[in-house]
Design a protein. Structure first.
Length: 252
């Protein structure tokens, strides 16, 4: 049984971008872009995929990846990972999102360091630079306490600049350290076993953010500060941005 493993929760259905994990980018399904990236950035860590559909399972196993078919009824990716870890048996788990094919070695190593500390759960954030990003409800915000632990996550702009009636610029964002939450997590196995027994929280259901279930039940979430945000594929329009980044990396 590994001390620490990477587990990628993968769900076939997607409201904004139907079956996006199978969408081919330069001839390769998005899920395989993510799989290859993780394997290249963290080759020494065991890698597993927790999937909800045989189509995803077949795609991954055909390419030699370890896939675990889980229930389709899970309300969140964290619940899916908890089921998968019944078979994996890792002490600590790093969760990389299946639709984020640009994860980095530094991000994975930061999460590994945080979760080996005293937090129940760990995640990452990056400072906002542009006000349009800060006001975008698809970009989740997080506010921290003095020890770098999450106080709250929201799709709304937080902290709210009362004296500016919410209208802020790049200078304000930098001065007040407004943080954009990145969808990467790490957990202890003990936390996962407790989390899976909890009903989805009230705030979790309002914001549609599973990490709020942890905060609502008194768990601590350590937040590491990354240097840059990843590209997540949430809509067909995001594919173009990913392709552009691939072209830049190829030229480098």
């Amino acid at each position: 049984m590994p001390e620490i493993a990477i587990v990628v929760p993968a769900r076939l259905a997607s409201m904004r971008f139907p079956r996006k994990l199978l969408y081919e980018i330069k001839g390769k399904p998005l899920l395989l872009w993510t799989a290859e990236r993780i394997a290249a950035q963290a080759p020494l860590l065991p890698l597993y995929f927790a999937v909800d559909d045989p189509v995803l399972d077949d795609l991954l196993t055909a390419q030699g990846y370890e896939s675990i078919l889980t229930s389709q009824e899970h309300p969140s990716g964290t619940d899916r990972i908890a089921e998968a870890n019944d078979r994996i048996g890792a002490d600590f788990i790093i969760n990389v999102q299946a639709d984020e094919p640009m994860v980095t070695k530094d991000q994975i190593e930061t999460l590994a360091g945080l979760i080996r500390g005293h937090a129940d759960m760990a995640t990452l954030a990056v400072p906002f630079r542009r006000e349009e990003d800060f006001n975008d409800y698809n970009k989740v915000k997080v506010v921290l306490d003095e020890k770098g632990r999450a106080l709250y996550f929201s799709r709304s702009p937080i902290p709210f600049a009362r004296e500016h009636k919410g209208y802020v610029d790049a200078v304000w964002l930098k001065k007040n350290n407004a943080l954009w939450h990145l969808g990467l997590y790490a957990y202890s196995a003990d936390f996962l076993n407790q989390f899976r027994s909890l009903a989805p929280g009230r705030l979790e259901q309002i914001e549609r953010l599973e990490q709020l279930r942890a905060l609502e039940n008194g768990f601590t979430i350590a937040v590491g500060i990354a240097t840059k945000a990843n590209i997540g594929i949430d809509t067909p329009e995001d594919v173009a941005a990913f392709e552009a980044l691939l072209a830049v990396e190829k030229q480098a």
